[in-house]
Design a protein around this ligand. Sequence first.
Ligand code: GDP
Length: 166
Amino acid sequence: MSVEQALSIIKPDGVQKNLVGEIVGRFEKAGLEIIAARMIHLSREQAEEFYTVHKERPFFDDLISYMMSGPVMVLVLQGDSAINANREIMGATNPADAEPGTIRADFAESIEENIVHGSDGPDTALQEIAFFFGDGGICPRTRQDCTKWPPARSNSNRRPHPMWPV
Ligand code: GDP
């Protein structure tokens, strides 16, 4: 297993149904970390560019209308085999074919309104992450080595961290 990053989108129906917390909770329970998150209402131009791979498909116009129909939540997930892990948590494209307990089996209405998007491979993950977060917004999971704010001062006058107030 190797650590990967995957783009996830909670689509307009998922946001409308107030499932953001439920879906993020499923990712976190599976050991995936959120390293970027942003809410956005896609323009036609953005939706068409994001789904350009499907532009010849008969459902393209409906897909674009659906993706523009309300705000979406875009996330970057990080973890071991994050791309496949996310696809398993999502379930099959058509909720009728999705395994019980997957997001799409539990919440999706149809093959179109299927609640979530997830990158389907390493190359598309890179492209999709750059599409939404190319100008910043990825937050590496680092944390300063301090657990208390402000620090206890009983033992010494030394300031143990440069950011702590004098
Ligand atoms: P995904 O990777 O599982 O999201 O599936 P695809 O990349 O094949 O399709 C992209 C999105 O287009 C899906 O998530 C659906 O929202 C929509 N879609 C896929 N197949 C169909 C279809 O046969 N009819 C309609 N109306 N929408 C579809």
